[in-house]
Design a protein around this ligand. Structure first.
Ligand SMILES: Nc1nc2c(ncn2[C@@H]2O[C@H](COP(=O)(O)OP(=O)(O)OP(=O)(O)O)[C@@H](O)[C@H]2O)c(=O)[nH]1
Ligand SMILES: [Mg+2]
Length: 204
């Protein structure tokens, strides 16, 4: 899949602002500052599409982006950011949870974790949630440029063992060095356009 055209659609601060569209959706989740918005910009090849920031807690709404007029990528608020009031945390977690629970066209979650660190307690909550709900997800290990190239494979193996997913489902990415998106876009292709086999032919 080649991304040729992207556009910001809108933001939602609560459930009633969420958009209704027949297009398939792919959500990007992960702790605050893990690199969700940068990842979206890297996929889009547009550093200004989603707002990024050195300070955690930048994305506070659900932001919807149209990709190739084919699917919608959603940038969700990051979780686990300590310097946010309890009320605001509650508001974000309801926003995230309701979206994951209720969005009928959600096809895949890109679950971002920092390649350098073990999953946090909040990551484990998110993992359990996705797993229990049977939402397909892909683990994306961000900031791969921050560790030596020779260590990347070991770290992916380590993350896949902790999260009990096959190595195929843990993909490294560096939005800064612009590396890793081909494998991720190939997964998007697989999910959005699964092969259709003709049953009748099998029976002949
Ligand atoms: N070295 C490096 N830095 C990165 C990479 N991706 C993101 N960053 C940096 O990490 C910081 C956070 O990036 P964001 O994309 O804003 O993170 P986010 O997950 O959207 O954060 P919230 O919106 O606060 O949840 C910024 O300073 C980015 O420049 C990467 O691949 N490599
Ligand atoms: Mg963000």
């Amino acid at each position: 899949m080649i991304i040729k055209k992207t556009a910001f659609i809108t933001s939602a601060a609560n459930g009633k602002d969420r958009i209704v569209s027949d297009l398939p959706q792919i959500a990007v989740v992960g702790k605050s500052n893990v690199g969700k918005s940068s990842f979206i910009n890297y996929l889009a090849n547009d550093s200004k599409l989603a707002r990024t920031s050195k300070a955690p807690g930048r994305t506070r709404l659900i932001n919807y982006f149209l990709f190739n007029e084919e699917f919608i990528l959603t940038d969700l608020p990051g979780y686990g950011f300590a310097k946010v009031s309890w009320d605001e945390k509650k508001k974000w977690s309801v926003l995230i949870e309701d979206y994951l629970n209720e969005e009928p066209n959600l096809k895949l979650v890109c679950f971002l974790v920092d390649i350098r660190h073990d999953p946090t307690d909040d990551d484990k909550i998110m993992y359990n949630y996705l797993f229990k709900r049977g939402i397909p997800f892909l683990i994306i290990a961000t900031k791969a440029d921050k560790i030596a190239k020779s260590k990347v494979k070991n770290q992916l193996r380590h993350l896949s063992a902790i999260l009990k997913v096959g190595m195929d489902n843990v993909l490294p990415v560096s939005s800064q060095e612009k590396k890793g998106k081909e494998e991720i876009l190939a997964k998007f292709d697989q999910i959005l356009y699964p092969p259709v086999f003709d049953d009748e032919q099998d029976e002949q």
